[in-house]
Design a protein around this ligand. Structure first.
Ligand SMILES: [Zn+2]
Length: 378
């Protein structure tokens, strides 16, 4: 019988004002931290981080970060770590900075920490990075022998961030339960390299339940830049629960289709969670989920503000070459789509992608929801 495996970060810290404590949490991990953060984020957190570091006797050394976790961005950070003799690396910002820091920390053989400033994906907690090209096309997953030593998220920063980040995180987290459920039903292995544990499955389901209960009021809270219990629940669902749930519960079709979509230039400029949501709906169609489940998913994600039509990701049913390429990329050997409880071919994915537009348009019309707006890649 296959073994079951659960991975998790060593510490998870969440709350309003948590950034002030970053120095004290880091002190247990190293004495010479390297902070990686883009200009926009750094301007927001600089004062708080510096005050906290000074209190703990830590020096503030920070390098900027570009847009994607590319192989070069990772290698550059490894060099910076070596030249500055850093013993812990900290990403403050979005999922790409976090992915690059994990990969660099691993290569350099030092500790690493994730400090997301938005709840926009479940990347922060995992022991893997997703590596992209300069254009944002998926290249590979890189796996590491351990998870971050620390994940710290300040919910006031989440509340102050643009609402589209929280929405993206909801899209990423909704997929977690659907993919873990599919993996559990089949014989697939998780990103942690074993069968799903019951614990990871329960966490994935808790994430799903919290999102259906609290995503809409949490979005309202971010619109007014306030931290409410609903926002705290959604931040935990998007970051911790979805992170543990995807890594040890299993990825399946939704993320494989997301990875395929990154190759279509029309989808550029969209967040990870937006593309994942198309993957989730496509997976539901592919697995023949009950009609009410598909229809409720369309209604809910429309209200949340996530795309559930090809139109909203810059595509249409006329883009057959692109959709065929997405289906082929999503089903290459080694993709997580093969964790589905039945054999999945490119033909099946292609047909499911074609079905997305008409189902969503019908449900949105029937339920009095707005028509989709075309996404135009920048
Ligand atoms: Zn994801």
């Amino acid at each position: 019988m296959a073994i079951s495996v659960l991975y998790s970060p060593a510490r998870y810290v969440q709350g309003k004002g948590a950034m002030a404590d970053l120095g004290s949490y880091l002190k247990g991990l190293g004495s010479n931290p390297l902070i990686v953060s883009d200009e926009v984020v750094w301007n927001i957190v600089k004062e708080t981080v510096t005050t906290g570091f000074t209190k703990e006797g830590l020096e503030v050394t920070r390098v900027p970060f570009g847009t994607y976790a590319t192989p070069k961005a990772v290698d550059d950070l490894v060099e910076t770590i070596a030249s500055g003799k850093h013993d812990v690396i900290v990403a403050i910002g979005g999922g790409s900075a976090i992915d690059a820091v994990k990969a660099a920390g691993h290569l350099a053989g030092i500790r690493w920490a994730s400090v997301p400033t938005a709840a926009s994906s479940d990347a922060p907690t995992s022991a893997l990075s997703v590596i992209y090209t300069e254009e944002g096309e998926f290249i590979e997953y890189r796996f590491f022998p351990h998870n971050p030593d620390l994940v710290l998220i300040d919910t006031q920063l989440v509340a102050n961030a643009p609402v589209k980040f929280l929405v993206a995180g909801v899209g990423d987290a909704l997929a977690t339960y659907l993919e873990a459920r599919a993996t559990m039903r089949g014989q697939g292995l998780t990103m942690a390299g074993g069968r799903p544990t019951r614990s990871a499955m329960a966490l994935a389901e808790l994430s799903w339940d919290l999102l259906w209960e609290y995503a809409l009021p949490a979005i309202d809270a971010v619109a007014s830049k306030t931290v409410t219990p609903a926002l705290e629940a959604v931040v935990e669902a998007n970051t911790l629960l979805s992170g543990l749930g995807f890594e040890s519960g299993g990825l399946a079709a939704a993320h494989a289709i997301h990875n395929g979509l990154t190759a279509a230039p029309q989808t550029h400029g969209l967040t990870h969670g937006q593309k994942v949501n198309i993957g989730s709906l496509t997976q539901l169609i592919l697995e023949g989920a009950p009609t009410h489940e598909i229809e409720d998913f369309i209604e809910f994600t429309t209200k949340v503000g996530l795309p559930n039509t090809l139109t909203e990701i810059g595509l249409s049913n006329e883009h057959t070459a692109e959709l065929r390429a997405v289906a082929e990329a999503a089903t290459v050997e080694g993709e997580t789509i093969h964790a589905m409880p039945f054999p999945v071919t490119a033909d099946l994915v292609f047909d499911a992608l074609l079905a997305v537009e008409s189902i969503s348009r019908r449900v949105r019309a029937e339920r009095g929801l707005p028509e989709p707006v075309l996404h135009v890649a920048p």
